[in-house]
Ligand binder design. Structure first.
Ligand code: SF4
Ligand code: SF4
Length: 370
């Protein structure tokens, strides 16, 4: 089933996280999607064969589009009675007030907030225009959402500056009342070089995952769900994790920019455009178009190391945006070794072996990949 991220304000944001890709774009003018474009987007989405359409309202900071814009979303969706809409919004929560919260509750929007762990780790990277940490403002917004009964999940971005505080990040989020937690590893998907000072190495990400796993075991609270751990625990039962970066289905993710242009998954930026929602007659036309078919073929061709890897059916060369080309130009998942190492680590712990603080003891280097 296809999923859509709609960038209602393009790349504009009200804060200035030090790792954010928006740093590279104009941050002086906030341009909001026109209502006419929104109408075209929703009409286009209804050309999909599916009757349930999942839409993630994104930015920059999507709430900068304003309450009236979100009223239009709901009003226009109701004009398509045969469709069941699943709406989600990812926000830094700073603009949240009772009116926003009650809107999300009333219209059953799933709200994801971006909080990078404890107050200390969050404030390392998530700062305002003046460079001050935003944790307190974010938690004020979270409190308003909770008071209004909104169901929340949280995304915590891990950078090279915070990776060593994995336990603090997880416990900080749990202490702040979050139960549905995801950790995003930071990799600069624009440069794809790993040179970004915030990017994690495979070894750093592996150590971070191990620390998260051990901290989660220590919490001993089944109500706390950590997406990355759930994914790996599914692997140990030979099940595919319910997460795009494990499923090899990137061609089902689309982003619609505030201009109405269609691109692959948001993580790619705008390196290729499939067309505009007002020039493509339907999704069927998009799915049959040469740019889309070329893209689909390019991402489904697995590198040689994956073809001979026992974990390939569960991994599919990871996140397509988190790749670096080898000397022959073949895109390789940069966190392959973290994945294999973590798999081995979790298996050994489930077999009752003691924890080890030395990640290399898991033999995290993929022998098949050499
Ligand atoms: S590019 Fe990465 S984030 Fe995007 S759909 Fe693929 S795996 Fe998921
Ligand atoms: S070689 Fe690495 S990236 Fe490829 S399938 Fe195996 S674990 Fe995944």
């Amino acid at each position: 089933m296809s999923s859509f991220q709609v960038k209602v304000v393009g790349d504009f944001c009200n804060i200035r996280c030090t790792y954010c890709r928006n740093r590279d774009f104009d941050q002086d003018t906030c341009v909001v999607m026109k209502v006419g474009t929104l109408e075209q987007v929703l009409d286009f989405l209804t050309s999909l064969p599916q009757k349930r359409i999942r839409t993630h309202w994104h930015g920059g900071e999507p709430l900068l589009a304003g309450k009236e814009f979100f009223d239009h979303i709901v009003r226009l969706q109701k004009a398509h009675p045969g469709i069941s809409w699943a709406n989600a919004v990812q926000t830094n929560a700073i603009l949240i007030d009772d009116e926003w919260a009650s809107f999300f509750r009333r219209h059953d929007f799933h709200v994801g907030v971006s909080v990078d762990g404890s107050k200390r780790t969050h404030n390392i990277n998530r700062v305002n225009r003046a460079g001050s940490g935003t944790f307190s403002q974010v938690m004020d917004g979270v409190e308003v959402l909770r008071r209004n009964g909104v169901t929340l999940s949280v995304i915590c971005t891990v950078t090279s500056k915070t990776a060593e505080y994995a336990e603090e990040m997880l416990c900080g989020l749990v202490d702040a009342g979050f139960k549905d937690i995801a950790f995003n590893v930071f990799y600069n998907t624009a440069s794809r070089t790993g040179d970004d000072p915030h990017a994690l190495t495979a070894a750093q990400w592996l150590s971070c995952l191990i620390e998260l796993f051990e901290s989660w075991l220590e919490l001993n609270d089944a109500a706390v769900r950590v997406r990355e751990l759930d994914g790996m625990l599914a692997w140990t039962r030979s099940k595919t994790a319910n997460l795009c970066s494990y499923r090899g289905l990137c061609h089902q993710w689309f982003v619609v920019d505030y201009t109405g242009e269609l691109y692959p998954c948001e993580r790619f930026g705008r390196s290729m455009c499939f067309g505009r929602v007002d020039s493509l007659a339907s999704f069927q036309e998009l799915f049959a178009s040469p740019p889309f078919l070329d893209w689909k073929t390019s991402i489904s061709t697995l590198p040689r190391r994956c073809q001979s890897c026992g974990l390939q059916p569960l991994c599919h060369n990871g996140c397509v945006a988190h790749t670096a080309s080898d000397s022959q130009g073949v895109p390789l998942y940069v966190y392959c070794e973290s994945r294999i190492g973590f798999y081995r680590y979790v298996c050994s712990r489930l077999e009752g072996k003691e924890r080890t603080d030395d990640a290399t003891e898991t033999g995290y280097v993929n022998p098949v990949a050499r």
